[in-house]
Design a protein around this ligand. Structure first.
Ligand code: BG6
Ligand code: MG
Length: 989
């Protein structure tokens, strides 16, 4: 078993760029350093004359002016502004200033060391008079330290000696890049910040410099040490005076602590606690980064480049993760100006799940931020006309809606559900029940919004429908029944109702309910709405419609995407053109699939994937995450690897051409989600984490780690299966392909099941129609005066209608001519169908619903092979018609059971070989058919009744994925079908 990072070559843990790639706007983002409290772009110190630091509180608020304004429109927007550069170094050599803007950069290299958390860069310059010098800087923003930037600067003249003055000051120059992008909505609002240095306050240490802009005040305190030189504090910085010897090195340590306040001067207490010694900071950083990789280490055998990218992506995510409950993570983290520093659903839906599994305290901070903004969300809800509840804004910093375009702003109600999803995930992963209670008010207030915008639609059988919303795909707006929104709303409502019950059991519901006027009736209504949520399947296409109108719209001719180098459609079309076409920026249905919001058969997942892949441009970098997860789970290796690389390299290869705006944090986080949730098949919607690891042919193995309730486990996926290992903490219960196991002590090795599909008989297996068939035959026999009874009926089980009547007549010793025979068949079917009229989902055998869910969660396909021509109607009545990958048609096969035809047709229809399937039957004819098809047979009933079945259970509901898989493996190991059955005890649950 390989250990996290100690075995890795340094190269595996480094991002290296040389020459022009080491400087410039893309490098500034790639080499950004941050610690959740501050961030700094990866710019070269001697050229860092412009603001390049980010502090979460450093944003300005400006009114939005509308020519035509309507009630509830957003009134102001927050824009995060870059803060003065804490990096700038100006050199004077022999009294002459060096102009690094004009100097020739001979050579440069930047290295981000992911093992130590330091950036090391070195540049060789030829300055005005032809002399050359080298400047090397090691820079750290300590993950576990305060808001500060620590630099060790080494100045080495290569071919001269002389005196030097190094002015360690701050870059406040306005201007620079970005003018050409003024029309790009993804960066709009970019302000050219104008910082003024303001006078010190009484008692300020000379090492402190204060700045102000708008309502934002900053204080930087600098500590400089240079043992071989003289250091003096000057206005706005320090100067280091020393001598340079050719080939010798002058070392300067610089630590700048940063603090921000809004509407008042910074209290310098905020700067306390920042270490001043570079070596102390570096040692602390090494320890913090080591601890991070303890939980986050990963490896891919066969694609080192991708593994390196994933480590870079993770490191950047963790750097930007907020450590301040007044803030979340911006779309670009703390690495750039894109999206004005706003917080979106990206934080909860893409970043938080990774943090919950690697640094749960960071996930908690993001949720605490939302709780802290609950009042603003209530105000937002009132502003747009809702009498109750809270609606979180689409984009914000301080908590108010900052989008001036409500169709793709406030209309994205799904943000409420995204926050609830994240809360549930954090609570499950951390076990932090106290926080669940703390978050309950937010959870309830946001759940209320669904009843505000939804209604039970009598025209759709009382289904709960949501109106006038925009889903994550912003190329459709203000639609009814956006699939993703309905799906996340259902999850939200169910979790809120469940949390209310959970609080009641703890005796804590009354206080929360009283605070927000919540009644039991309202909670019951949440449950009713969740149960009745409208999540349809299009009968023609067999896909889930993205919304009520989507599938009917024309497609956009000549569809191209940002990935084709044409730039996103949002930059080229009026939104209305996009809204009225069947074109998606990202896939809402696929997003719901990737988040396991809706259970669906594998075949529908495939249809959804194929359908929406065709009309999706992936103009959002988030899109490749959900498509990558879905493709990996579907075993579509080529597509999955393509999407995986798309998000993993989104910034490393500047795939969307705008890495200069900052790093795409959600896509970076998503690249780990594709590894864990896609290839690893990780699901988090059950009581324990569930894995279904798959290995693409392009790799020979991979490893990843995650934290669960304080323990860390590692998965090592190889050719044959997966080895689970406890890295630290208490044993952890998990599921592997639906099989429960405890990870602790020795590593557990699990093979990858051969089984891919489970084929059910219907009558007597999923529901009690066997009894109705009997009653119908009995009534027919009685009315025609034929001897028939329960005993005689036994031979009819599983036998098709025509052959059943033959057996009845044979038993009665009677013969009838063809016309009467056919009339009797019709008569029996009429009696039977009359009895069926009373059927409803309540007639499904107990435990079958859970079994089907478990099979799907384990990635198994589900088929139906019934001899009954009424089968489709019956499964519809039972409410499970949508759950099958394939329903074989009894009318379309040449030979009825016990011939194998219908089981073979079903396996074929599911795209599987017969030996990849198992059959479940309650009748002898069915067991024979299963065996004839070359499959293993599970019998529902006793050994006496079904002597040939390979295994028996008294009731279908007693089966679980785990015992089906273990049985199937056992049967295969024994050489398949020939040996005698296991006993009920061996497989009982
Ligand atoms: C089988 C039942 O599943 O279907 C039989 O076990 C029944 O009892 C057969 O006769 C045919 O059903 P139907 O609905 O086509 O008459
Ligand atoms: Mg049957």
């Amino acid at each position: 078993m390989r250990v996290a990072i100690s075995d890795m070559s340094p190269d595996a843990m480094r991002l290296v760029r040389r020459g022009p790639d080491a400087v410039g706007e893309q490098a500034a983002a790639l080499f950004a350093l941050a610690n959740g409290l501050c961030g700094v772009e990866g710019v070269i110190d001697e050229r860092a004359s412009r603001p390049c630091a980010y502090l979460p509180d450093a944003y300005v608020s400006r009114p939005i002016t509308y020519h035509e304004s309507f009630p509830g429109y957003a009134t102001a927007t927050d824009t995060r502004v870059p803060c003065p550069s804490p990096l700038l170094v100006r050199l004077h050599i022999d009294g002459q200033p060096v102009d690094f803007a004009a100097a020739e950069l001979l050579d440069t290299e930047s290295v981000l060391d992911l093992a130590t958390g330091a950036l090391r860069r070195v540049s060789r310059w030829r300055i005005e008079d032809g002399r050359t010098l080298e400047i090397a800087v090691e820079r750290i923003v300590p993950l576990a330290g305060g808001a500060c930037v620590a630099s060790r600067i080494r100045i080495r003249p290569l071919d001269f000696a002389g005196s030097v003055q190094a002015w360690l000051t701050y870059g406040t120059e306005a201007g620079g890049a970005g003018e050409a992008e003024a029309d790009d909505p993804r960066i709009s609002g970019r302000l050219r910040p104008v910082w003024s240095i303001i006078p010190p306050l009484p008692g300020d240490n000379p090492s402190v410099t204060r700045f102000a802009q708008d309502a934002v005040e900053l204080a930087y305190r600098q500590h400089v040490a240079s043992p071989a030189a003289q250091v003096a504090a000057v206005h706005a910085g320090h100067v280091v005076r020393g001598a340079l010897v050719a080939g010798g090195i002058l070392t300067i340590d610089r630590v700048v602590a940063l603090a921000c306040a809004r509407g008042r001067p910074v209290d310098l207490v905020a700067l306390d606690g920042v270490a001043a010694d570079f070596d102390v900071i570096a040692a602390g950083q090494r320890a913090a980064v080591q601890a991070l990789w303890e939980c986050a280490a990963l490896d891919i055998d066969g694609d080192d480049e991708l593994a390196r990218a994933l480590r870079f992506d993770l490191f950047q995510l963790h750097q930007s993760a907020s450590r301040d409950a007044n803030h979340s993570i911006g779309a670009k983290g703390l690495s750039g100006e894109g999206y004005e520093g706003h917080y979106f659903w990206d934080a909860e839906t893409f970043m938080l799940p990774v943090l919950a599994l690697q640094a749960p305290e960071r996930a908690r901070t993001l949720l605490a931020y939302r709780i802290g903004k609950l009042d603003r969300a209530r105000v937002h809800a009132r502003a747009i006309g809702h009498a109750r509840g809270a609606l979180y804004p689409w984009r914000t910093i301080a908590g108010d809606e900052c989008s001036s375009h409500y169709p793709t702003g406030s209309a994205q109600y799904h943000i409420n559900g995204d926050i609830a999803y994240a809360l549930a995930l954090y609570v499950a992963a951390s076990g932090d029940e106290a926080f669940r209670a703390e978050a309950a008010e937010m959870l309830f207030e946001t759940a209320r919004m669904w009843l505000e915008i939804g209604a039970f639609d009598a025209r759709r059988g009382g289904a709960f429908c949501l109106h006038g919303v925009t889903g994550p795909d912003e190329y459709s707006a203000l639609v009814d029944n956006d699939f993703y929104t309905n799906a996340i709303a259902r999850r939200h409502l169910a979790y809120a109702a469940e949390t209310a019950e959970w609080l009641r059991a703890r005796g804590e519901l009354a206080a929360v309910a009283a605070a927000i006027g919540l009644s039991d009736g309202e909670v019951a209504e949440w449950r009713r709405a969740a149960d009745a949520m409208w999540l349809p399947v299009d009968p023609g296409l067999g896909v889930n419609p993205q919304d009520d109108a989507f599938l009917g719209r024309p497609e956009l001719p000549g569809l191209t995407s940002a990935r084709d180098g044409h730039g996103p459609l949002l930059m080229r079309y009026h939104p209305m053109i996009l809204f009225r076409h069947q074109v998606a920026k990202q896939g809402n249905v696929v997003q719901a699939m990737a988040m396991d919001l809706v259970e669906m058969p594998v075949s529908r997942q495939r249809r959804n994937f194929d359908y929406y892949a065709r009309v999706t441009t992936h103009d959002s970098t988030l899109s490749s995450v959900s498509f990558g997860i879905a493709a990996a789970r579907l075993g579509d290796e080529a597509a999955a690897l393509d999407f995986h690389r798309e998000c993993a390299f989104v910034d490393l290869e500047n795939r969307h051409g705008n890495t200069s705006h900052g790093l795409h944090m959600a896509a970076l986080a998503g690249s780990w989600l594709v590894l864990a949730q896609g290839w690893g098949g990780l699901r988090l919607d059950g009581a324990v984490p569930s894995f279904r690891p798959q290995l693409p042919a392009a790799w020979t193995g991979y490893r990843l780690r995650l934290q669960w309730r304080g323990s860390v486990i590692e998965l090592a996926v190889g050719d044959a299966g997966c080895t689970y290992r406890l890295v630290s903490g208490d044993p952890v219960d998990i599921l592997d392909h639906g099989r429960p196991l405890r990870v602790g002590g020795d590593p557990v090795v699990m093979d990858r099941p051969r089984l891919k599909g489970v084929i059910f008989d219907l009558d007597g297996v999923l529901t009690d129609t066997a009894e109705d068939h009997y009653q119908a035959w009995q009534a027919l026999a009685d009315s025609h005066g034929f001897a028939f009874d329960r005993q005689a009926n036994h031979r009819l089980k599983g036998v098709d209608r025509r052959n059943s009547l033959r057996l009845i007549l044979e038993h009665a010793g009677a013969e009838v001519e063809a016309e009467r025979f056919d009339a009797m068949l019709a008569e029996k079917n009429d009696i039977y169908r009359e009895r069926l009229a009373a059927y409803s989902p309540a007639n499904l055998f107990a435990g079958v619903g859970a079994l089907l869910d478990g099979l799907r969660a384990a990635g198994l396909k589900i088929g139906l092979a019934s001899a009954s021509r009424n089968a489709l109607d019956v499964v519809r009545l039972l409410g499970i018609a949508d759950q099958f990958d394939f329903i074989a048609d009894a009318g379309a096969v040449a030979n009825a059971k016990p011939a194998p035809d219908i089981f073979l047709a079903c396996a074929h229809g599911m795209g599987l070989r017969p030996d990849q399937c198992i059959g479940i039957e309650d009748a002898e004819a069915g067991v024979s058919a299963i065996h004839a098809a070359g499959m293993v047979a599970i019998g529902i009933g006793s050994e006496e009744a079904l002597p040939d079945a390979d295994m028996h259970v008294p009731a279908t509901g007693q089966l679980t994925v785990a015992n089906i898989l273990s049985f199937e493996r056992g049967a295969a190991a024994r050489g398949g079908l020939s040996t005698r059955p296991d006993t009920v005890e061996e497989i009982s649950c």
